[in-house]
Design a protein around this ligand. Structure first.
Ligand SMILES: NC(=O)c1ccc[n+]([C@@H]2O[C@H](COP(=O)([O-])OP(=O)(O)OC[C@H]3O[C@@H](n4cnc5c(N)ncnc54)[C@H](OP(=O)(O)O)[C@@H]3O)[C@@H](O)[C@H]2O)c1
Length: 196
């Protein structure tokens, strides 16, 4: 794990869904591009509702940037009652009991508030917060789901501010709906360069 070896057995997974051309949101924030209608990849796997529910149940905590939080509230809250931390410098209204707001150093957030309580921590965006976590070496695993669509424009997952980092491919899952999930863990040289 990246910059947190000595702290805890907890793991931070960054999960994002990207278009083929590297966008995670349309400019108008509509999300129909995430619908899997139409595409069928016969050799792919499908996931039952029970499997999906068991997977989500194993997530102990979500971490979101404030813009992702605001968009999630508009769309219909997808995080259930799982504890969720929203990173913001603003005073935002609390829409749910499971949501706590945090402002300040992100390593302190992980080491002092999240890691002692939660093992399976999911950072679910957006681009700004994810890049900050990556810059600080606070991500153990990247799970990138590629949607079978070119958007042409929108919010880039990576905007060019990151230094080169090498990650090790750990798993690839192709789904029947044409989405592909790529899982990576931080390579040793990422840990060394971020820590030094
Ligand atoms: N495709 C996907 O998988 C996916 C996943 C997640 C989100 N999204 C989309 O991405 C868009 C939002 O992404 P985004 O990059 O614009 O925003 P974001 O990362 O969700 O939120 C950015 C905000 O988080 C707060 N923040 C970030 N870093 C901080 C730090 N170090 N300290 C304190 N506060 C910090 C700031 O909030 P304040 O301004 O409140 O201080 C900042 O304005 C939405 O359209 C969302 O739907 C897509």
């Amino acid at each position: 794990m990246s910059n947190r070896e000595n702290v805890t057995a907890s793991k931070v997974t960054l999960h994002m869904v990207s278009s083929l051309d590297g966008f995670i949101a349309r400019k108008d924030n509509t999300v129909s591009w995430l619908d899997a209608e139409g595409s069928v990849y016969e050799a792919g796997v499908s996931v039952s509702e029970e499997e999906a529910a068991a997977f989500v149940k194993a997530i102990d905590c979500y971490v979101l940037g404030s813009r992702t939080y605001e968009h999630a509230l508009q769309l219909g809250w997808p995080y259930g009652d799982t504890p969720t931390v929203v990173v913001t410098g603003r005073k935002l209204p609390s829409a749910r009991k499971s949501v706590a707001f945090y402002s300040g150093d992100l390593k302190t957030l992980l080491d002092e508030k999240l890691a002692p309580r939660y093992r399976n921590i999911w950072l679910v965006g957006g681009a700004m917060l994810s890049q900050r976590f990556l810059e600080l070496g606070l991500v153990d695993e990247i799970r990138l789901t590629i949607a079978p669509v070119l958007l042409g424009d929108g919010l880039r997952l990576f905007n060019g501010s990151l230094a080169e980092q090498r990650w090790d491919l750990k798993n690839v899952v192709a789904y029947k709906n044409g989405f592909v999930e790529l899982s990576y863990s931080a390579a040793e040289d990422v840990r060394i360069s971020v820590e030094s």
